[in-house]
Design a protein around this ligand. Structure first.
Ligand code: ATP
Length: 291
């Protein structure tokens, strides 16, 4: 399985509409990791002093030759919140794709607790990472089906707790079927923001050490934007968070904001520091009426 979860889900839901799609997807998720040539390592746990995640001088070009990242370095400490911001096309989503192992790194290295990800079995990496894509995939099925995808053994109280973390309790409680309400035309219709938060809930249930989130580019209304902010705060309570942000308002309180421009890191710091030190960041913030 080399596709991100979302791609796998959308491919399979298209193929399997109404024909036991859930069972099929669970089969895919249960597949043993493919033989990817990576040595099985034991003792690849955290090394003292190494950050949870580090990008070291990473350069990357897509298979068609388009160079996208040039010498990108930054770290995500365990439990911290880091945001990636920058103009459209700067390479933000590509950074997430490399961390997730969707493409091999060109030059440089992505290290997980000090270990080069190329030396980590893909399954070990996947178990530690959650990845919520921009177009959050929602399965044709019930709310429960959607959540249990990552942790089939989760209990109802755990499901309700994670729904509360992402601000979806009310929406689901509105139906007498509760967790068994269908998502979609015949059950509960979810807005873009609600779909994204359902996908976040699904990732959180798997208890990743690091959650990667590609914020949706589509505009959210003020209520959904506020709920996304609260969700990120809840999600970061006991894990690290790396968020690609198109709305700076969602990431103002990050421990570190990394500014990318044309594939390079041009500034790093907190919101307050960057407003002072980075003309590009100030421009982005001004355009969004944040300074
Ligand atoms: P946005 O804010 O618009 O989502 P981004 O900062 O996330 O942009 P990326 O999606 O990482 O930027 O894209 C960076 C560059 O790489 C762009 O020029 C884009 O056209 C190019 N690119 C992205 N995906 C591919 C691909 N699969 N093949 C070739 N080029 C790609």
């Amino acid at each position: 399985l080399v596709m991100p979860l979302g791609h796998a889900i959308s491919a399979w839901t298209q193929l399997q509409t109404g024909l036991g799609a859930l069972t099929r997807i669970q089969e895919i998720l249960a597949l043993e990791p493919e033989e990817d040539g990576r040595p099985e390592r034991t003792g690849a746990g955290p090394r003292p002093g190494a950050p949870l995640l580090a990008l070291e001088d990473v350069s990357f070009a897509y298979p068609d030759g388009t160079p996208v990242l040039r010498g990108v370095s930054f770290e995500v400490a365990a439990g911290s919140r880091v945001a990636l911001v920058g103009p459209s096309g700067a390479g933000k989503s590509t950074v997430l794709a490399l961390i997730e192992g969707f493409y091999p790194v060109g030059d440089g290295a992505v290290r997980w607790a000090g270990t080069d990800v190329r030396e980590l079995p893909r399954a070990a990496l996947r178990a530690r990472l959650g990845y919520v894509e921009q177009e959050a995939p929602v399965l044709a099925g019930t709310v429960r089906d959607n959540l249990l995808l990552t942790r089939p053994d989760a209990t109802d109280p755990e499901l309700w707790a994670v729904l509360a973390d992402v601000g979806l309790t009310e929406v689901v409680r509105r139906s007498p079927r509760g967790l068994d309400v269908l998502v979609g035309d015949e059950g509960v219709l979810l807005s873009g923001g609600e779909r994204q938060r359902l996908a976040i809930a699904r990732s959180l249930l798997a208890r990743p050490e690091l959650l990667l989130l590609d914020e949706p580019t589509a505009s959210l209304d003020a209520r959904n934007e506020g709920l996304l902010r609260e969700t990120l705060a809840a999600a970061s309570a006991d894990r690290a968070l790396l968020v690609v942000a198109h709305r700076l308002s969602t990431v103002l309180d990050s421990d570190q904001i990394v500014v990318l421009d044309q594939g390079r890191v041009v500034a790093r710091g907190t919101h307050a520091e960057l407003v002072d030190s980075s003309p590009l960041y100030r421009e982005l913030a001004t355009a969004q009426l944040l300074v």
